[in-house]
Ligand binder design. Sequence first.
Ligand code: ATP
Length: 619
Amino acid sequence: MQIIDNEESGIEINEAGVDLGGLMTVLSKHLYSTPVVALRELVQNGHDSIVRRRIEDSNAFESSIKITVDSKMKTLTISDSGAGLTLEEIHQYLATVGVGYTRTLRAQNEDSDGLIGMFGLGFLSAFVLASKVQVRTCSYQTPNLTHLYQSRNAQNYTALLCEHRGEVGTDVILTLNENYKELANEQRLNHLLSHYCALLHEPIFIGHNELAINHEVPPWRITEEIHPIQLHKRRLSFAKQFESHFEPITTIPLFERAKTNSNEISVVEKDLKGLLWIQDGAFYGTSDNRNLAVFVRGMLLDDDAKDLLPTWAGFMGGVIESQKLTPTASRETLQKDNYYYEVKHAISESLIEGLAEIAKKQPEAWRRILTRHNEALLAAALCDDRLFNLLQDKVKIPSSEGDILVSRLINKERKIHVMLSEEAGFEDMIFRTLKIPVAYGHRYAVIPFLRKWAQLNNLVLIELGTEKGNQHFFTKEELDEVTTKVLSDGLCDNEQLIVAKFLPQELPLVVVPDREAILKNRLESDEADKRISSAALDLVRQFTKKIETRPEIRVFINSSNPAIDFIIHQVKMGKDVSKSILLLKSMKIIMTASGDSQVNVNLSQALSDISQLVITMND
Ligand SMILES: Nc1ncnc2c1ncn2[C@@H]1O[C@H](COP(=O)(O)OP(=O)(O)OP(=O)(O)O)[C@@H](O)[C@H]1O
């Protein structure tokens, strides 16, 4: 591309106009999702100012941020004992949108981890809450002077000398506007800010309360010697503060392993601190109750960052703290950059290791986790081989004999049987007669789990109701066309007749719907079913995708059954066995009527045929 020199070419370069008023409205009113975030910004400014003073001022001082209200005047004041601002700095930083001293300070100092501000925008948010904003400030650089900044719209302001504040620091005084007058209430502020500010390092007081709202040290910052039982309790109590829906069963501190192995500590492990926990509460196994609060440089940024937890962890909550995750300008969400994905991966790894630790060291909690989250763990085991190893002999499989371990499903021939139907159909009947436990494959992760189990442990998995599974059960027999037609006409409605030998011998026939096709339809229409998490559905659909649609129903007649054997012989000899065939057909209809609603039945006809046959039997 050729660059044209405007002086030579004579082309006029225009300056874009800026409507500062409009820009102010956008920034101050639309940057944040909730105006309460504005309060967070102002507390954060006080916090940054304290860090600044600590870096720049060699004199000792007591750090504190105090939030007070005047409920009559409807004012709210945020006071800090930070560095304050000189008159020049008021003009240069406070009153200039997009410029802040904090960013410069961070760039100049390695030791600036405690600084939060970066965009030079946060102060604007004061104008969302207030009809008038006053900043009374005394800089450590000019400790004898106090200046007062005043503005109603952030666009026009005054900055003048005023009565001395008494000490170095800043008061931001908000005259609350009509919509936010209810913020002039200490209790409400306590409730709002204790969550946001829980991890800030400098103490924050509301009103004349002597206890800082952030007095509780998060468990990962505890430096003094503490008994492991005490530490466990502290972790649980911390988790309880953040978990609003469930009691935490136990906690998993991030990267416990890393502490003992300092050589291997990665950048993420060094940066990221936090606590994860497993929720109690028996809820449907596939519900997604993940919740994660993310603090960046001590300030709550996103209390719904559940995407940082693996999708299989629908029963987990957590709090994490990072210096390095990058917030978006609203500071309510995170940038999805490379580091974000490194953090996500590291959390997942830590969780997997943590679960293994619990299994080893906390048998009681482990038992409770297995009971509460059996179904979710079944799906989790499919997502990671380490989890599969940990869980393969621990999770229970729903079966005809209740929820049992896989080991109990294995028969003498090292076979596991699974049926795909939700309803008690022919499979149920066969297995009840044979007295073999059979897994219920319609529960969402059971089949993929059993497949993996069988593959890794060299077992045969018989999926009854599928083409392949049926081959294990029914040994087909050839019969001449004429006999087949007589039997088919007499026994079948719209089904296909198949002659086979199968167990148990006492069973003359079974009706076999195509379970795969039924399962496929069911799972693929589950999209709207909010109870199944998309991750779990995706897993199962990998399996159902391979199934072609074959809406067939078959009647297998059992040639090892004496009645069937007799009928076949009689038909071959040209004898009339229509009554026996009608009896069997009625029996077929009654069996399927109680078993499978997919099969079209004519129950009353079958019952009346039986009555008729009973009457004519002794003729
Ligand atoms: N309470 C305070 N004490 C001292 N200086 C302050 C205070 N509040 C604001 N400032 C100054 O005003 C500047 C602008 O503040 P503002 O909140 O707009 O941006 P920031 O904190 O730098 O960045 P961000 O938009 O990310 O919060 C700050 O960088 C700081 O220099």
